[in-house]
Design a protein around this ligand. Structure first.
Ligand code: 13P
Ligand code: SF4
Length: 296
């Protein structure tokens, strides 16, 4: 199937981009694997006819927003992100009414409709940098309240307004103080994603996006990785001498909806094309471009 897929990819002049949480079989046929920010940057530069995003809907929508001329396919129509669904355009409008002087920074794990109402977007890799770049002192930030708390600690000079107050990812909020204790008992370094709860972040040794984990993964010793389970497989493949521990039930069900068979079918039939309505395209694109222009 892998051979067939690679032949089809060149026949269709397609590029396959996969998120770090994708299963190993899917990562193996991808042209590039990365975190949300890396995938957005890669998608922006694609000159091939078609971009196949092996990830979830917001990642495919982001690819379409940064490179609207390309056909963007998501191999599983229903691969969404429950965190993204915590925020609605109505919540942003209400927050703007309540805080008229605040900027609106929306996490890329959001719908295109929410991005269209934002001043700027961010990912977990650049959220601190993005918020620091804003002139406004108050920042409406959503949908992830744990990432908002992380940003608030890093940028104390601003007032972050989490919107909605309890927005969260069920995979990351599954990590508990018992997991921290177990990791400590094994003598592991704890690396956590900023979508984990503040009490976990406070006890972690490293807080990083999935891309940050890839870049820092060569560190010696044992790593307890507090994010989606397949991230550990990715780290093991990159650093075969490293010791990485996962949490068995930290699984993002939507990420696993992408399979090699589904990918083949999607490319063959060019099905599950992701589009963004015209009225949303321009303002959402502007918010993403603004993020991409924030200096490193
Ligand atoms: P990253 O941008 O760190 O890859 O995170 C995306 C995500 O969905 C985390 O759950
Ligand atoms: Fe969304 Fe959480 Fe899955 Fe990431 S792990 S795609 S935030 S549900």
């Amino acid at each position: 199937m892998e051979k067939e897929l690679l032949a089809l990819k060149s026949e269709k002049n397609a590029v396959i981009l996969a998120h770090n949480y994708q299963p190993a079989a899917v990562r193996a046929v991808a042209d590039a694997v990365g975190d949300s920010l890396e995938l957005a940057l890669l998608a922006r530069d694609v000159t091939a006819d078609c971009i196949v995003v092996c990830g979830v809907l917001f990642m495919a929508e982001t690819a379409k927003l940064v490179n609207p001329e390309r056909k963007v396919l998501l191999p599983a129509r229903d691969a969404g992100c429950p965190l993204a669904d915590h925020l609605t355009p109505g919540m942003i409008e209400k927050a703007r009414e309540e805080h008229p002087d605040a900027a609106v920074a929306v996490y890329v794990n959001s719908t295109a409709g929410c991005k269209a109402l934002a001043d700027i977007t961010c990912t977990s890799a650049n959220a601190v940098r993005v918020v620091r770049s804003l002139a406004e002192e108050e920042v409406i930030f959503g949908p992830d309240a744990n990432l908002a708390a992380y940003v608030q600690r890093q940028v104390p000079e601003k007032r972050i307004i989490p919107t909605p107050p309890g927005g969260h990812c069920y995979v990351h909020t599954g990590f508990t103080l018992a997991d921290v204790e177990a990791a400590r008992a094994r003598g592991c370094t704890i690396v956590c994603h900023p979508e984990c709860r503040p009490e976990i972040q406070e006890r972690a040794d490293i807080i990083a996006s999935t891309g940050g984990m890839v870049r820092g993964g060569a560190t010696a010793g044992c790593w307890s990785v507090f994010t989606e389970r397949d991230m550990v497989l990715r780290l093991r493949s990159l650093y075969p001498d490293g010791t990485f521990c996962e949490k068995a039930d930290a699984v993002c069900d939507d990420m696993k909806k992408i399979t090699l068979a589904g990918l083949l079918r999607s490319l063959e039939r060019e099905e599950h094309e992701v589009t963004v309505p015209d009225e949303v395209m321009h303002p959402a694109r502007r918010a993403i471009e603004r993020m991409l222009a924030v200096p490193e």
